[in-house]
Design a protein around this ligand. Structure first.
Ligand code: MTE
Length: 696
């Protein structure tokens, strides 16, 4: 296998912990802490070839081994680990010795061994005795791996510092975790490898993200490490298939490295309920099974979370705009074909199909599962995909192999897929059991996690991704209104009257479970009146044919209408009535009348007379979106599917001596007049992200 991700205890643990005994989250036992004084445990040594601890010197391991083993995928960084650790009642551990290295010397306890970083590096992931460092200390974690709640993910740090990983999985910043780590301390980092601050130099600390791919600069980045980014609105649904380099990215960890030349050797393990295990390389999968194409959206359950935050209250999680969704053509082999070949004889109509689950694990240890009924459904189109939009999967999107589960939340479409287990339980990962669930508005930050089902099929949603008003419509700036549609400079929109501005909107609508979008409703006046958008029939376009048994892709929509501008302007002012011709509005702006008419500058934001554009969609089952986010509010901000609203406000533009003009503002969508603000939003978000994460 060409992946660099080491796999030792993980398989064993996963098998043991996920297929057999049901996991009772509330009865899991914590890692046990040893009570033996640290200072007697580690004889001084500098060679890494021999274990500094003698065979009899392993109380930590025996304690850990007697603890109930936490399954792989109860991952670092999330609530399950928190509860796991919170259960630890044993507080009788020693404290770690304090670091004290200064330019004047090493004042740390001289009886404790010193190790050079070059020695530590020899105890990497493939070593039988993996070591890690944390701050100025060295730990032999051999015995911890089995009991580590995150399974062998910790091995990623072996031979180097834990710090970058614990910075990602900030749950480790808890005294309990440091106490547990303290059990495995074998010495100090030699003072020669420490900087003036008593810590290893930054460059000697491995960056787990250093092998991450280079990303398209147009992506709006929410976090740099791990990278989470969405395409800007103007790129999101410009085309039916989102280009690969603009497809949104949602990572929980780093991107595993798989050499291109060795991709065909990348192995997928399939484990059946009876314990039977079969392995396929990618080369074998490609040679043995027929290839299929499926057109499918991937959408994060946090898509539009930012919308929920703004309209209903604070939510935890990445503040996605409307772009945590993208559409692609996927190609690969059917999961159901592979499972049948591996020996699974359950058929989709058997009751078993409803009680079993297909658990997926990625090479960096992310995990999730889907009901086996979906995996086996002859119309479910679940793929083990190698290609995306006609090219091999990009690294960010799962190269060389990912599950694609059309119609379901994208969290189940596991990237860098290297293991499938058919189990009577859902994946034990926090992403299955916690993060991707939704709760009632009353339930607060500590709900009964087991009560809610994990999100699978996605509800219906839609969003406005572009708005054009006035001149920019007249001047032919709307990409899909070409000269052929008579909206060029010389042919103003026919419906436009002097008191109305032409308006154009575009966006997407999508419903999970393969349910087709049948209608998209648009309101230009905050929901008082409604009109219908045109649904773009991309699937009938020979350039973008759709594949699959159901409507797994999104539906793009467009709307052309007129905005009654005069109704947006105040009529109760002392200034003369606004002349109907919009050119005159420009003159008014220049003369200062605009200010009193509500065409106001930023500082008068509150007084502006604005209107709210709304979109909502309906699918073939007559599901439609809820009116407000308040009713579906949940602290995690999942499934933010309420009507999408975009407020637009008239503004005066400066005429610089000549008549000014009328323009429109919104911070959310693009179009001419809006592009500047959209750009500001983007730069602001990136600046915030770089402050939080450090620039990559
Ligand atoms: N698979 C792995 N191995 N690791 C991950 O972090 N993220 C999941 C899913 N599969 C994830 C994963 C989530 S939450 C989402 S929304 C989608 O991948 C995002 O897929 P994309 O980055 O290709 O858009």
């Amino acid at each position: 296998m060409a992946t660099r991700i080491p796999r030792i205890a993980a398989d064993k643990l996963l098998k043991h912990a996920t297929r057999r005994a049901p996991i009772n989250l509330t009865t899991c036992q914590p890692c046990r802490l040893r009570t033996r004084p640290l200072h007697t445990s580690a004889p001084r040594r500098t060679s890494p070839d021999t274990n500094p601890r003698s065979a009899s010197d392993k109380p930590a391991s025996s304690n850990v081994r007697t603890a109930r083993v936490a399954p792989v995928g109860w991952l670092v960084g999330g609530g399950l680990v928190a509860s796991f650790l919170a259960l630890s009642q044993n507080h009788d551990t020693e404290h770690l010795p304090e670091a004290s290295v200064s330019p004047s010397g090493d004042n740390r306890d001289p009886s404790i061994p010193r190790f050079r970083l070059s020695d530590v590096r020899k105890h990497g992931p493939d070593s039988s005795e993996p070591w890690v460092t944390f701050e100025d200390k060295v730990y032999n974690i051999t015995d911890w791996i089995e009991a580590h709640p995150g399974g062998d993910v910790i091995l990623r740090a072996a031979g180097a510092s834990l710090e970058p990983y614990w910075n990602i999985f900030s749950i480790h910043n808890a005294p309990h975790v440091k106490e547990i780590l303290g059990q495995y301390m074998i010495g100090f980092i030699d003072a020669a490898d420490l900087g003036p601050d008593g810590r290893p130099a930054a460059e000697s600390i491995e960056d787990p993200f250093e092998d991450d791919p280079v990303r398209d600069p147009r992506l709006i980045t929410h976090t740099l490490k791990p990278r989470n980014a969405e395409p800007p609105n103007e790129e999101l649904d410009r085309t039916f298939y989102t280009p690969n380099d603009l497809f949104y990215i949602r990572h929980h960890m780093w991107v595993p490295v798989v050499e291109e030349a060795k991709a065909d050797e990348f192995a997928l393990t399939v484990e059946l309920p009876d314990g039977e295990v079969k392995q396929y390389t990618i080369g074998e999968l490609k040679a043995k099974f027929p290839m299929h194409k499926v057109t499918a959206v991937l959408q994060c359950s946090g898509n539009r979370r930012n919308d929920m935050t703004r309209h209903a209250g604070k939510t935890n999680g990445l503040q996605w705009g409307v772009g945590a969704i993208s559409n692609a053509e996927w190609e690969g082999v059917r999961l159901s074909d592979v499972l049948a070949d591996a020996g699974l004889n359950t058929t989709p109509d058997q009751p078993e199909a409803n009680s079993l689950h297909a658990q997926f694990t990625g090479a960096e240890a992310y995990g999730a599962s889907i009901p086996l009924s979906k995996a086996l459904s002859p119309t479910g189109d679940v793929l083990l995909a190698f290609n995306m939009n006609g090219e091999p999967l990009p690294r960010d999107h799962g190269f060389p192999l990912r599950a694609v589960v059309p119609g379901n939340v994208a969290a189940r479409s596991v990237k860098w897929l290297n293991k499938i287990v058919i189990s009577d339980e859902e994946s034990p990962s926090q992403w299955q059991r916690r993060d991707y669930k939704s709760f009632g508005p009353n339930e607060g930050p500590n709900p009964d996690w087991e009560k809610a089902p994990s999100i699978q099929e996605m509800p219906i949603t839609s969003a406005i991704t572009g708005v054009w008003v006035g001149d920019c419509v007249r001047k032919g700036k709307v990409p899909w209104m070409g000269a052929t549609e008579n909206h060029g400079t010389t042919n103003p929109c026919p419906e436009t009257t002097p008191d109305n501005e032409p308006i154009a909107l575009q966006g997407y609508a999508y419903s999970g479970g393969g349910r087709k979008i049948t209608r998209v409703d648009v309101s230009l006046d905050g929901g008082a009146t409604w009109d219908q958008a045109e649904l773009v029939d991309d699937c009938s376009n020979p350039a973008t044919p759709c594949h699959g048994n159901k409507t797994w892709g999104w539906t793009r929509w467009r709307y052309e209408g007129t905005l009654p501008v005069l109704s947006l302007l105040p009529t109760t002012t002392a200034t003369p009535a606004l002349p109907p011709a919009l050119q005159k509005v420009g003159q008014d702006c220049e003369d200062g009348f605009g200010r009193s008419r509500g065409l106001l500058g930023k500082k008068d934001e509150k007084n502006k007379k604005c209107t709210t554009l709304i979109v909502k969609a309906t699918d073939e089952s007559y599901n439609t979106q809820p009116e407000s986010h308040k009713g579906i509010y949940n602290v995690r901000g999942n499934l933010a599917t309420a009507w999408h609203r975009v407020k637009i406000c008239p503004e005066c533009t400066k005429g610089n001596g000549k008549p000014g003009g009328l323009t429109w503002s919104t911070g959310e969508t693009y179009g001419c007049g809006f592009r500047r603000e959209a750009e500001e939003v983007r730069v602001g978000m990136e600046r915030a992200a770089s402050l939080v994460n450090g620039k990559k």
